[in-house]
Design a binder for this molecule. Structure first.
Ligand code: CP
Length: 304
């Protein structure tokens, strides 16, 4: 039985296979409509979500399966003091697979030790978000036709942004990728990501504080929200939250085939006026998330 806690648990061949299956689902949805008939997915969300929870649920329904779960800890017995371990032992008696989001880093990993069924990490604190990474990789592959040979800029909250950490890990295994890390000093990529991933893999990267100075060299711009919920004090959040706001004017110096990604939710960091720009791909990303989660559910349930 296999779970997915960290994107690096999947080999590049497995990732490529998942992306191929997701593309085939997009082209031939009816082929997959009964693949998970009789199976149940539990979505256990101890932290808010729109896209991840609902795309998992839509994914399971589109595979012919069923869904149960909760969307906030307060509506489960964890509000009465039940531990994550006991919750998982319980829910794994009812479901065939579990997608779990939790504010504590490592909680989904702990869950794997108590579960009878596969666990999918749907985001753990500021740590990892592997299914968002699969979503991002599918979007890059569909937009660029490849997963190598490009320059990607990560912009915003690179300290707490778990999607950034997971995507950096995944991309570090592909060839000839340059990374530009754009953030205020307080929100730089954590040292462990730089030491364990970027330095170890010899990835070419540099850190800058303004978007304007690098816009023209980017093939992909990965914008992120400043993660209010992970700040210890409100004053710091208020000071940093609007550091980067992408507007149509700022895109004047960008490449004509730039792909603008964002895991969403967006707050202020991308002006809505950018949404009509053909380079804005963040709502395509949302749709891709459902298909790649369908592929992942099938893989972990060993459905062919
Ligand atoms: N991208 C993402 O994780 O969005 P949600 O928080 O809405 O699930």
């Amino acid at each position: 039985m296999r779970s997915l806690i960290d994107i690096l648990e999947l080999t590049t061949d497995e990732i490529n296979e998942l992306l191929d299956v997701a593309n085939d689902i997009i082209d031939n949805p009816s082929k997959y409509s009964e693949k998970c008939h009789g199976k149940k997915l539990a979505t256990l969300f101890f932290e808010p979500s729109t896209r991840t929870r609902l795309s998992f649920e839509a994914a399971m329904y589109e595979l012919g399966g069923n869904v149960l779960g909760f969307s906030e800890a307060q509506s489960s017995s964890s509000a009465k003091g039940e531990s994550v371990s006991d919750t998982i032992r319980t829910v794994s008696c009812y479901a065939d697979i579990i997608a779990m989001r939790h504010p504590k880093e490592g909680a989904p990993y702990v869950a794997t030790m108590k579960s009878r069924v596969p666990i999918i990490n749907a985001g753990d604190g500021g740590h990892n978000h592997p299914t968002q990474t699969l979503t991002d990789l599918l979007t890059i592959k569909r937009e660029k036709g490849r997963l190598n040979g490009f320059t990607i800029g990560f912009c915003g909250d690179l300290k707490f942004g778990r999607t950034v950490h997971s995507l950096i890990s995944a991309l570090s295994r592909y060839e000839n990728i340059k990374m530009v890390l754009i953030s205020p000093d307080e929100l730089k990529v954590p040292e462990y990501v730089k030491e364990e991933i970027l330095d170890k893999k010899g990835i070419e990267y540099r850190e800058v504080t303004t978007l304007d100075e690098v816009m023209g060299e980017l093939d992909i711009l990965y914008m992120t929200r400043v993660q209010k919920e992970r700040f210890f004090n409100e004053a710091d959040y208020l000071r940093l939250k609007d550091t980067y706001i992408l507007t149509p004017e700022k895109l004047n110096s960008a490449k004509s085939d730039l792909a603008i990604l964002h895991p969403l939710p967006r707050v202020n960091e991308i002006s809505v006026a950018v949404d009509d720009d053909p380079r804005a791909k963040y709502f395509d990303q949302v749709l891709n998330g459902k298909y790649v989660r369908m592929a992942l559910i099938m893989k972990l349930l060993e459905v062919r």
